[in-house]
Ligand binder design. Structure first.
Ligand code: PEP
Ligand code: MN
Length: 337
């Protein structure tokens, strides 16, 4: 249920109703919007609870939450959530751009990329230090040494760091270095990992599983929100279909659908979504046209020698061109990039 407070309800009344929700054995999540404050009361819905809450001070109405996900639902918060992590802001008028290599490979590779993407207007640096690879024989990442290089890059450029965490036991280590914890597509339904990042104060970029429905994605986000972490961005990165001309199939209608269902901001990954460098600039621009709040793009100074995903990485020059194209489309959409 949602307890909708009247406009201008006092903090004392909001605190009182939060306590009432908890007394009824329900979990209370207070969501402060620009127009009104609502208290999401999560737990088993009983008619008696509804009636008792309705008679509380400054309560405008008590409504059921119809969606299977609750805190993620647009029903409880009309305005899009703006997730801020250092230099990165996603969900406001300005589109956030996370760019960098698939994997951190060396100091030179990372610093060259960080400087180039910063100069071209990226607002965060990506780079995997723990890599979830399909084959156990592929490069698995530089682990903590990679995290240290990312921290150095942040120090020099001021760019927020987005990096993947693949296991619950690594969360505290990765959170020590990262501004944003990326949950990869393969881990979208690793519920213990979702619970672990839900307990941190780091923003989370949750990628859609290649075979997951959008309801499953939203319910995965709900695990993180329910754990107490409100800073969640959802990421469409392509799904598995019968089509093989692209690495995955990148459905951009996802952005429009999700904006209707959730207040969480939506990021698109045209690099993994297509798997081909030549398709990335236009699909990035198309993502902006579809209303994406953020982009995540793989950039490598020398894609030919990349240890992972070189075939879908932009060179720094191609990244500059992609940003220019996206800027033009963003202007047409009344947004900035
Ligand atoms: C990545 O971002 O490099 C990555 C592994 O992405 P995904 O989890 O979407 O495959
Ligand atoms: Mn990659």
């Amino acid at each position: 249920m949602i307890v909708v407070m009247k406009q201008g309800a006092s903090q004392a009344d909001i605190d009182h109703m939060t306590a009432r929700v908890e007394e009824l054995g329900l979990k209370a999540h207070v969501i402060v919007g620009t127009e009104r404050t609502v208290i999401a009361a999560i737990g088993e819905k009983r008619e008696a609870h509804k009636e008792s809450l309705e008679s509380g001070p400054s309560v405008a109405e008590v409504l059921p939450i119809l969606a299977p996900y609750k805190i993620a639902s647009r029903e409880i918060k009309q305005e899009t959530t703006v997730v801020v992590a250092g230099s990165l802001s996603v969900g406001g008028n300005r589109i956030g751009v996370i760019a960098g290599p698939c994997s951190v490979e060396s100091e030179e590779q990372l610093m060259t990329t960080a400087r180039a993407v910063k100069a071209a207007g990226a607002t965060a640096l990506r780079g995997g230090a723990f890599k979830p690879r399909t084959s156990p024989y592929s490069f698995q990442g530089m682990k903590e040494d990679g995290l240290k290089l990312l921290a150095t890059a942040r120090e020099e450029t001021g760019l927020a760091i987005v990096t993947e965490v693949v296991a619950a036991e690594d969360v505290s280590l990765v959170a020590r270095y990262a501004d944003v914890l990326q949950i990869g597509a393969r881990n979208m339904q690793n519920y213990r990992l979702l619970e672990a990042v839900g307990k941190t104060d780091r923003a989370v970029l949750l990628k859609r599983g290649p075979s997951a429905t959008l309801d499953e994605l939203l319910l995965a986000a709900e695990y993180i929100l329910d754990g107490g972490n409100p800073n969640v961005m959802l990421c469409e990165r392509g799904i598995r279909t019968f089509e093989s001309h692209t690495r995955f199939t990148l459905p951009l209608a996802t952005v429009i659908y999700l904006h209707g269902k959730t207040h969480l901001p939506i990021v698109v990954d045209p690099s993994h979504g297509t798997g081909h460098t030549y398709m990335v600039p236009q699909m990035a621009a198309a993502s902006v046209a579809a209303g994406a709040d953020g982009l995540i793009l793989e950039v490598h100074p020398e894609p030919e020698t990349a240890l992972s995903d070189g075939y879908q990485s932009l060179t720094p020059d191609q990244f500059v061109e992609t940003m220019e194209l996206c800027r033009r489309v963003a202007g047409a959409m009344n947004r900035e990039i």
